[in-house]
Design a protein around this ligand. Structure first.
Ligand SMILES: NC(=O)c1ccc[n+]([C@@H]2O[C@H](COP(=O)([O-])OP(=O)(O)OC[C@H]3O[C@@H](n4cnc5c(N)ncnc54)[C@H](OP(=O)(O)O)[C@@H]3O)[C@@H](O)[C@H]2O)c1
Length: 263
């Protein structure tokens, strides 16, 4: 995909109010794209829309929508269609996690997590991919995580939701590339965002955290060269080898030690 060809076209970024999504929206606007901004915090989205208008001069559509509720993706698609917007790049970035033993949070938290991280992402792909095929060449970026490569005790549901994103997105690439859609699986490394704060992280700096701008730059570079997987973390290959070659009992124990709550 050549970013030059996307100038004046529309992208949709979920989770645009903070972190990687906000940086992605800004980078796409700087590259000349108009951007549909989706998240719950309307004030943040409106402020971002104003920044984009002032600094990049491209158009935005703000959609304040909780993706953690049933029917959210359909409501987003309705608003995009009502504005007669045709999407060329869909960035499914919104997600959240929760540290702690499974069951320590209310069931409503897990339901919203799976709805946001898995179901709404899937439904947004379903809603927009037929139009993306008509507008080809086009792309979908689904944001996974290094957590997807192995079970993560004390972040069990989040890691499993990202394993879904990883496998689902790569399979979609296999199905849709001949329709002109590049489906990229973006695997950020530990990144300095609001994620840990919202996840209730009880340890800081498991590893050093990189900037969200770098994650976005790596993703856009991979889009430009047609890569279906964009790895941002340096240690991802080592991590995959560890998870694939060592006995599951050992992997579970080692990863569990990293995420176990303090006594
Ligand atoms: N940070 C890391 O170290 C890291 C590492 C690997 C992967 N990732 C992935 O990167 C992506 C972005 O995370 P981040 O680090 O940028 O986190 P972040 O700073 O917490 O941003 C998360 C974004 O998702 C939105 N969001 C969360 N729940 C939502 C919901 N129910 N409905 C709509 N929007 C929702 C938030 O907006 P509102 O709160 O305004 O709704 C926010 O804009 C996620 O997919 C995450 O899993 C992050």
């Amino acid at each position: 995909m050549k970013m030059d060809e996307l100038k004046g076209e529309w992208a949709l970024v979920t989770g645009a109010s903070a972190g990687i999504g906000r940086e992605y929206a800004l980078a796409l606007a700087r590259a000349g794209m108009n951007v549909v901004l989706v998240a719950r915090r309307l004030d943040r989205l409106q402020a971002l829309a104003a920044t984009i208008s002032e600094t990049a001069g491209t158009k935005t559509l703000v959609i304040a929508q909780d993706l953690g509720v049933a029917g959210a993706a359909a409501r987003v698609a309705e608003q995009v269609n009502a504005a007669s917007i045709s999407i060329r790049l869909l960035v499914n970035n919104a997600a959240f996690g929760r540290w702690g033993r499974f069951g320590d949070s209310e069931q409503a938290v897990y339901a919203a997590m799976l709805q946001t991280n898995v179901t709404s992402l899937t439904e947004l792909c379903r809603a927009f991919m037929p139009a993306l095929a008509k507008n080809a060449p086009s792309a979908v970026v689904n944001v996974a995580s290094g957590a997807a490569y192995q079970p993560v005790p004390y972040m069990a549901a989040y890691a499993a939701s990202k394993a879904f994103v990883l496998n689902f997105s790569q399979a979609l690439h296999g199905e849709w590339r001949d329709q002109g859609i590049l489906v990229q699986t973006l695997v950020p490394g530990p990144t300095d965002t609001e994620f840990d704060h919202h996840a209730g992280a009880y340890q800081s700096a498991l590893q050093t955290r990189g900037p969200a701008e770098k994650v976005v730059a790596d993703s856009m570079a991979a889009l430009a060269t047609g890569q279906p997987v964009a790895l941002n973390a340096r240690g991802t290959l080592k991590q995959r080898i560890f998870a694939a070659l060592f006995p599951p009992r050992f992997v579970i124990e080692q990863v569990g030690k990293m995420f176990r709550p303090p006594a």
